[in-house]
Write a protein that binds this ligand. Structure first.
Ligand SMILES: [Zn+2]
Length: 174
């Protein structure tokens, strides 16, 4: 197809006579290449009307949406996993305490105090980690991400507390 003189008219952005305008319009109806050129020129001249190539944007957004969905699903299952393990560990953690309720109050208080101290030190470390994360991670992280992060930290702190608990209990020799 012959794109001249329409191509140069479009590229040079010259004022067209009514007759030329009609010729150009009829050519644009049959020529996708010059139509694209005309649209690009319009877009360049009117920045507010810029519409990016729709095919690309749609594909990009679809891929972004798919990834976002996958991440959301991952976070959801992560949350479930950590909730379940958290509850399980908590129950396991509480069982020796419950078993000790019958013991002498002094020993029981000693046990609880020791546990609380480990808990406090864990919280302190977690607070430090949290403040570092707050400084490093920009503010655009969605709330669900924070929930996932909190559950991860919670699970990790529980695991940590349990390991300390078990470590300190062994030398006492039951
Ligand atoms: Zn053409």
């Amino acid at each position: 197809m012959n794109h001249q003189p329409f191509e140069s008219w479009l590229l040079d952005d010259l004022p067209l006579a009514p007759e030329q305008r009609r010729e150009l319009d009829s050519h644009l109806r049959t020529c996708p290449r010059c139509t694209a050129l005309a649209e690009t020129g319009l877009a360049l001249r009117a920045p507010r009307m810029v519409t990016p190539a729709s095919g690309f944007t749609q594909r990009f957004q679809a891929r972004l949406e798919a990834r976002r969905l996958a991440e959301r699903r991952q976070r959801f299952w992560g949350l479930i996993l950590f909730s379940v393990t958290g509850v399980g560990i908590l129950t396991w953690l509480a069982s020796p305490l419950l078993g000790r309720l019958a013991d002498s109050p002094a020993e029981w208080i000693n046990l609880v105090l020791g546990y609380l101290m480990f808990l406090i030190s864990s919280v302190q470390v977690l607070t430090e980690v949290g403040s570092v994360l707050l400084r490093v991670v920009p503010g655009f992280v969605p709330p669900i991400m924070w929930m996932a992060l909190a559950s991860v930290l919670g699970g990790m702190s529980l695991l940590w507390t349990v390991s300390i608990w078990r470590f300190t209990r062994v030398p006492r020799g039951v």
